[in-house]
Design a protein around this ligand. Structure first.
Ligand code: PEP
Length: 249
């Protein structure tokens, strides 16, 4: 079922104390929106966050995971470890993981499979670089990122896939895609999924936009037909700003 979702990616920010502080501010915020709300703290704070939010409708999600179920992968975290601390959703393919940790579409396909095999939901991120957009290649790049990592899946697996279109040139830069640029790309993404599967799959997948979403621009971006929510970086670190975005729905 297509849902509205606003997810905050905290990245490598917030100590345990700061995590608890931000969570206690988040639960006090007025939530008049119907959107599902998620926050993604650092690995080390996931268990405390999940405990803290046990009675809340805010879901705790992970920023990454390894594809293997266990073994000699120093420093890595598996799907079953996440499930063990009540984390049932994982962000995969964030552009920072692709750029700084060399994550390829092929590696991401394995991570997606591991998450789904563990009954987890995946927020799959992708998006073009500025050079791709300047060369009018954004649709080609986005289509291949989705196809390479997700088009081996059965249609039924898409129930647990959320797409997050994040143009790299708009992440943490203060530069946002215009609402029309976001809508055009989201429409293209939905069509791409429809061409591979069918309109039922395409119309039920949530497609989030990410890239410098702020309280001042969220309403207009979220008003677009094919934009089902947002993945929020910088603005998710302040409870008031994050909830102003959530309540933009
Ligand atoms: C992100 O990193 O997913 C993101 C959208 O960041 P920001 O909102 O800071 O641009």
């Amino acid at each position: 079922m297509r849902k509205n979702i606003v997810a905050g990616n905290w990245k490598m920010n917030n100590s345990l104390q700061e995590t608890k502080q931000l969570l206690s501010e988040l639960v006090k915020q007025d939530k008049s929106s119907q959107a599902e709300v998620m926050v993604a703290p650092a690995f080390i704070n996931l268990e405390s966050a999940a405990q803290f939010l046990k009675e809340s409708t805010i879901e705790v999600v992970a920023q990454n995971m390894h594809f293997a179920s266990n073994g000699a992968y120093t420093g890595e975290i598996s799907a079953s470890m996440l499930k063990g601390v009540a984390v049932n959703t994982v962000i995969l393919g964030h552009s920072e993981r692709r750029a700084y940790f060399n994550e390829t579409d092929e590696l991401l396909a394995k991570k997606v499979d591991a998450a789904l095999a563990n009954n987890m939901r995946v927020i799959f991120c992708f998006g073009e670089e500025l050079s791709d957009r300047k060369a009018n290649n954004e649709e080609k790049v986005v289509e291949s990122q989705i196809a390479n990592a997700l088009f081996h899946l059965e249609a039924s697996a898409w129930e647990n896939i959320v797409l997050a279109y994040e143009p790299v040139w708009a992440i943490g830069t203060g530069e946002t895609a215009t609402p029309n640029q976001a809508q055009d790309m989201h429409q293209f993404i939905r069509k791409t999924v429809e061409n591979k599967y069918d309109s039922a799959v395409a119309n039920s997948v949530s497609i989030l936009y990410g890239g410098s979403v702020k309280p001042t621009n969220a309403k207009e971006i979220f008003s677009k037909e094919d934009v089902d929510g947002g993945l929020i970086g910088g603005a998710s670190l302040k409870a008031e700003d994050f909830f102003a975005i959530v309540n933009a729905f």
